[in-house]
Design a protein around this ligand. Structure first.
Ligand code: 5RP
Length: 224
């Protein structure tokens, strides 16, 4: 059996086939997207003319290293295509995202695209969202109170840490990883969370009409 990492590479590289000359592309975040960026960088060196909008500082850095031209929303109103990863994809192609802490910028970029392609290995495809703790980005001010209010929805929010320090998102905010026993109604949970003052955004990407490229043991499947 191929190692899982190879499936991330296969999914990432497959997505580049959907990129056409002249397109403006939303560049997601994460290790699967990094494989897509590597291949896209090669295509750009061969003459492919595209511009990208990165969804995280990490993606921006890697895109710059790979020579992928970048732009931003001061110049672009709509993206032709966005390509992003996910932590979970359910049977209705709803997504749970934010494992890398980039969910707010990812949602802005992904929602600005005419078409959104999600790239995952098979382990991310689940019948129901929620085995992966739901990332929720919150304002630092009063985050403990925000966490207590989130807990009332039936989860245990854990403040994300990196090397013993509170993790700070690209937007200067904190992430609460919220473990629900199951997320049966993602639309309702998203709305309930968004009503809590201090919540910036949730990692639930619902009903976005995505195409999902799934790689398993070196084989590609397209879900839509
Ligand atoms: C970052 C994300 C990523 O897309 C998600 O975590 C998937 O990452 P990977 O491809 O490394 O498994 O939502 O906020």
């Amino acid at each position: 059996m191929e190692p899982k990492n190879n499936d991330k590479q296969i999914a990432g590289e497959e997505a580049v086939k959907f990129i056409k000359d002249g397109m403006t592309i939303g560049l997601g975040s994460g290790s699967t997207v990094n494989w897509m960026l590597k291949k896209l960088g090669e295509r750009v060196k061969e003459g492919l003319n595209i511009k990208g909008i990165p969804s995280s500082l990490k993606t921006e850095r890697l895109a710059n290293e790979l020579g992928i031209p970048l732009t931003d929303f001061s110049e672009v109103a709509q993206l032709d295509l966005a390509i992003d990863g996910a932590d979970e994809v359910d049977s209705r192609l709803n997504l749970l995202k934010g494992g890398g802490g980039s969910l707010v910028r990812e949602k802005i970029v992904d929602m600005a695209a005419k078409e959104l392609i999600i790239i995952v290995d098979r382990s991310k495809v689940v019948p129901q969202l929620g085995a992966f703790p739901l990332p929720v980005e919150v304002l630092p001010f009063g985050w403990e109170l925000t966490a207590r209010n989130i807990a009332k929805l039936g989860c245990e929010p854990i403040i994300r840490k990196k090397e013993d320090q509170v993790f700070v998102s690209d937007n200067g905010n904190y992430i609460l990883d919220c473990k629900f026993s199951a997320i049966k109604q993602p639309e309702i949970l998203h709305e309930d969370l968004k009503r809590i003052v201090g919540v910036v955004e949730t990692g639930l990407f619902i009903g976005m009409g995505v195409k999902v490229i799934v790689a398993k043991n070196g084989e590609i499947e397209l879900l839509k």
